[in-house]
Design a protein. Structure first.
Length: 399
């Protein structure tokens, strides 16, 4: 009886080393949140390193690290903007002549960088994108709301700019007035030069392709008209290599050949071009984007057959893991095969990706044959599952 009573007095669940680690990491991440709110981002990053050493699989540590990176970029932008504003002040003061008889001692101009940082952290925290954090670090809808608002707002700006560019390039090269209006819009929407170049490149390719398609409806032999194509290439600034890729796509459209649509996201533009060319040559219809923000905006209205994505997207507001979780909220792409292609070989990252539910994790560098075979296998399996679900659904409903 004594032994039974002692056993009954024991807690239902004893803490394991894993539970202890979670508790310790929870306390560390609380400190990280406090440091972020104080603006001590470097200290916060050092605490993140500690948290990842204790629990390398903690997804919240990765998410907070992404948030710190985003905040640093935002602060750099603010500092640069205010530095430029401060640099104008001496010129403005000098335009007002001082009386000769008076001696005025001007206070020293403040250090722009220090002033900007002080201004940044003196502002209410609502001006900085906050990282939501609760006591248990459980993933909740409430936790994700602030980041969602930032991403959605950014995607709307990028999509608005893309639509404007598409309308301007619809009938050919931009006029002087169109360039002026586009420059004003770029300033208003705070579109960077890199974002502009990436969007405009895709728009010009699509416009070039659409012009040829419109001509094909009335002139089936337009693809053999060298003079017309050369003039069109010069207008839309299309290289010979791009023309060959687009011509291949158009021939497949003419022949009514079904091509699988692949969305590729990678911030390494050179690798992105190589992936696009390689996959196009192997029969895929590829949409290549350099940021997850553009990809998220596109996926709200476009459904590819497969998504191939890098993890370390330094030029985006969302890293690969965050992007994958974000698009799971879009019903039209929830069941689309998702494959990570990354140079990060950390086993913990690989496991984290697979635990999130991605269909595969491929390592860079990878051979063209292996990449193509893997993607074709995933697409084939997806179609088989889709067909099986469609076949059994009526019987299940009847039952």
């Amino acid at each position: 009886m004594g032994n039974i009573q002692q056993q009954n007095q024991q807690p239902d669940h004893e803490l394991t080393p894993r539970d202890d680690n979670k508790k310790i990491v929870s306390e560390v991440l609380k400190r990280v949140d406090q440091l972020i709110r104080k603006g001590e981002l470097d200290c916060a990053e050092r605490e993140i390193v500690k948290a990842k050493e204790i629990d390398p699989r903690n997804v919240y540590a990765f998410a907070m690290q992404e948030r710190i990176s985003a905040l640093k970029i935002e602060i750099e932008r603010i500092v640069e903007k205010e530095r430029l504003e401060d640099s104008i002040r001496p010129a403005v003061i000098s335009t007002f002549p001082l009386p000769v008889a008076e001696t005025i001692t001007m206070p020293p101009l403040p250090n722009p960088a220090v002033t900007s940082l002080n201004k940044t952290f003196a502002r209410p925290m609502s001006t900085l994108p906050p990282f939501p954090l609760d006591k248990t670090y459980e993933t909740t809808i409430k936790d994700k709301e602030p980041q969602q608002e930032r991403v959605v707002d950014r995607s709307i700006e990028l999509e608005s700019y893309r639509k404007t560019l598409a309308e301007m390039w619809y009938d050919g090269a931009l006029s002087t007035d169109e360039k002026r209006r586009l420059g004003e819009l770029q300033t208003i929407l705070e579109i960077t030069d890199a974002e502009h170049e990436g969007i405009e490149k895709n728009v010009k390719r699509e416009s070039y392709k659409n012009v040829i398609l419109r001509q094909l409806s009335s002139n089936p032999i337009v693809l053999s008209d060298a003079n017309f194509l050369n003039e069109l290439r010069n207008t839309y600034q299309i290289s010979e290599e791009e023309h060959i890729q687009i011509q291949t796509q158009l021939m497949n459209v003419i022949q009514h050949k079904q091509r699988n649509k692949i969305l590729v996201i990678d911030d390494d533009t050179r690798l992105l071009e190589l992936l696009e060319a390689s996959l196009e040559e192997n029969g895929f219809d590829v949409t290549a984007l350099s940021t997850s923000d553009e990809a998220y905006a596109l996926l709200r209205k476009f459904v590819p057959d497969l998504i191939l994505c890098d993890i370390n997207l330094e030029t985006s507001t969302m890293g690969g893991f965050t992007f994958y979780e974000k698009i799971q909220e879009l019903e039209n792409v929830q069941s689309i095969p998702f494959v990570f292609l990354s140079g990060l070989t950390d086993e913990v990252l690989v496991r984290t990706g697979k635990e999130l539910g991605v269909d595969d994790y491929l390592m860079k560098p990878i051979s063209e044959q292996t990449l193509v075979s893997t993607l074709k296998g995933k697409l084939k399996r997806f179609k088989q599952l889709k067909k099986a679900v469609g076949k059994h659904t009526p019987a299940m409903i009847t039952a």
